[in-house]
Design a binder for this molecule. Structure first.
Ligand SMILES: C[S@@+](CC[C@H](N)C(=O)[O-])C[C@H]1O[C@@H](n2cnc3c(N)ncnc32)[C@H](O)[C@@H]1O
Length: 261
């Protein structure tokens, strides 16, 4: 088996396929109302998306008139996000930055910081999680909101689903198919993407792998409390449904930065 890739390299390779493997109209129609309600209720005017990927959420938030910035460890994802913002005609500052390095690029305090689409699983160790959540906290004004959107690993780690439905479409004018699958180790998951493209009448495939840490609710709660977050709430998806560790598909966390530390 090929060695696993760092997340930034893994997503650089996945980037050309990323907007084909996501049904963005359906995703945004499902996910955005949650943010609209939350941001309106909490008077959020500025948002930092800490793993913005191809920038779809950030661009949508900017379309609501919010002051928005996006960061991602993958330069190819940031290039996609910049292109997308230019096509839509919104002003979003997108920068290449890892979770723990946000302070080098973003110095102003934000009303909200979001980390969506199961990005936090790429933080593999407890020390790295501590540094990540401290970095998130330090980008927020006191009382600012943190929103994390992950899969429900209390359930997934127990059920260990191996193969996921493929996504099909076109990439660079060629037929493409993206197939995801996972191997479960003692503590970590090896996550694979098989990227198929049709060329010269035949199919070519590139398989890339990266590691994920299945952070469960209890672990995240401890880390968040330690990092200086309070009023920690859990939801089971981005409609705001209650979290049930046995049945929920997702784990959505909404927390608040403590006043003064
Ligand atoms: C599954 S994608 C989700 C992207 C987007 N938020 C969405 O919902 O579609 C995960 C993203 O996390 C980014 N990522 C992974 N580890 C990171 C890190 N340590 N710092 C910043 N971004 C990271 C990847 O480059 C990738 O764009």
């Amino acid at each position: 088996m090929e060695p696993t890739l760092q997340a930034s390299e893994f997503y650089d390779r996945l980037a050309p396929f990323y907007d084909t493997m996501n049904d963005w109209p359906a995703r945004l129609a499902f996910e955005l109302p949650f943010f609209r309600r939350l941001f309106d209720r909490r008077n959020v005017c500025s948002v930092l998306d800490a793993a913005c990927g191809s920038g779809r959420h950030a661009v949508a938030f900017a379309g609501w008139g919010l002051h928005v910035a996006g960061a991602d460890a993958s330069p190819a994802m940031i290039a996609l996000a910049r292109q997308h913002a230019a096509v839509i005609g919104v002003n979003v500052r997108f920068e290449v930055a890892g979770f723990a390095d946000l302070g080098e690029r973003f110095t102003e305090p934000y009303d909200a910081l979001v980390c969506l689409g199961n990005s936090l699983v790429h933080v593999l160790g407890d020390e790295e999680m501590e540094a990540t959540l401290r970095s998130f906290r330090d980008r927020l004004r006191p009382g600012g909101l943190l929103v994390l959107h992950n899969l429900n690993y209390d359930r997934r780690w127990r059920e260990r689903p191996r193969f996921f439905a493929p996504d099909a479409g076109t990439v660079g004018g060629r037929e493409a198919l993206i197939w995801r699958f996972a191997d479960y180790g003692d503590q970590l998951i090896t996550f694979h993407t098989a990227l198929f493209t049709k060329q010269d009448g035949g199919w070519q495939v590139e398989v890339n792998s990266t590691l994920q840490r299945p952070w469960r609710r209890g672990e995240l709660f401890s880390h968040l409390t330690w990092a200086g977050f309070t009023h920690i709430q859990f939801h089971g998806d981005l409609t705001g449904a209650p979290f049930n560790k046995d049945t929920s598909g997702d784990l959505v966390v909404v927390a608040e930065r403590l006043g003064e530390l």
